[in-house]
Design a protein. Structure first.
Ligand code: DGT
Ligand code: MG
Ligand code: MG
Length: 293
């Protein structure tokens, strides 16, 4: 026994010595190097403001071409975007609304959120990386045999809106942007795909036209009433958190709406969003749209 201890003794002492040296080094490192933390800039979002994180596909004109997206609107791509956004909303309960169109999505954080201590870089980077990974993860669910040819990327930023009015104006701006682009693209691709014009000819044909001209062109030359185009193409997708009652009691769901965000009726119907209230109830139409996603 004594011999055993005699044998172990120096080893134990050596171990303790090594541990002590390590601890001293760690303490020194902390005191000597910790000052570099001071180089990090604070990026806490102002209190009381709505925080909007908007992300947008990087070079999606190329991504859409490479993956042969249907022109001007590819339902698979829009549904995949909506699915990725609902993954983000399910993860972060303080996102009360999201709005998507084309290759972009805006996520609205409740103005009183304290998520990540309101640090902009944390909010932006986590939303963006979860959205992007979900986009890739669920690709096959929507594109089936179409192989993802390279990893897509999205840029992202956070913008603060100090009042309900500025937040609504922001969302109106994104929806108006969608309307202008989609009306143009619908007319442009009708001229190219249905009438055989080259892209240059189609561009020339539409140059200088206003919305009424494009509506008229679609109707008179292609029999298309723009207002009958699918609402998801014309209005984009707003995702809202709602309460759905089922046999197991109420649960939260993320429901897609393809509605006008510019007028008042959407905000009156979903008044809980701006009032920071609990999710409102679903109706049958909401549940039907939810089932389609
Ligand atoms: P960026 O955002 O500056 O990196 O550049 P892009 O190329 O992403 O430009 P952006 O975001 O202004 O425009 C979105 C592009 O994505 C636009 O060229 C059309 C394409 N895109 C988005 N959704 C669809 C779709 O459903 N079908 C087709 N064919 N193209 C789409
Ligand atoms: Mg883009
Ligand atoms: Mg875009």
């Amino acid at each position: 026994m004594c011999q055993f201890h005699a044998l172990l003794g120096p080893r134990v002492r050596l171990c303790r010595f090594v541990i002590n040296i390590r601890q001293i080094r760690q303490k020194m490192a902390k005191s000597k190097f910790e000052y570099v933390k001071g180089f990090e800039l604070g990026d806490k979002c102002l209190p009381g403001c709505w925080i909007v994180v908007r992300l947008d596909g990087k070079c999606f004109h190329k991504f859409a071409d490479t993956h042969e997206f249907v022109k001007p609107n590819d339902e698979r791509a829009l549904k995949l975007m909506n699915h990725a956004a609902s993954v983000v909303m399910k993860e972060f309960r303080d996102i009360c609304l999201a709005f998507g169109q084309s290759d972009e999505y805006s996520f609205v954080w409740k103005k009183d959120t304290n998520m990540y201590n309101r640090r902009s870089s944390k909010l932006v980077s986590t939303v963006n990386s979860l959205f992007t990974s979900a986009f890739v993860f669920y690709w096959r669910q929507y594109f089936e045999a179409v192989q993802l040819k390279y990893p897509p990327a999205f840029d992202a930023r956070a913008v603060l809106y100090p009042t309900n009015e500025t937040l609504r104006d922001y969302l109106s701006w994104r929806q108006a942007d969608l309307h202008i682009n989609n009306l143009y693209n619908t007319a442009f691709w009708a001229l190219v795909l249905k009438k055989g014009l080259t892209t240059t000819q189609a561009e020339l044909r539409l140059r200088g036209t206003v919305a009424a001209d494009k509506n008229e062109l679609l109707f008179s030359e292609f029999g298309v009433n723009y207002n009958d185009e699918p609402a998801v193409f014309r209005k984009g997708t707003a995702l809202l958190r709602k309460a759905a009652g089922d046999g197991y009691g109420p649960r939260q769901v993320v429901v897609p709406f393809h509605a006008d965000l510019i007028g008042d009726s959407f905000w009156a119907r979903h008044s809980e969003v701006l009032a920071l209230g609990a999710p409102g109830p679903c109706d049958a139409g909401d549940l039907a749209r939810l089932a389609e996603t």
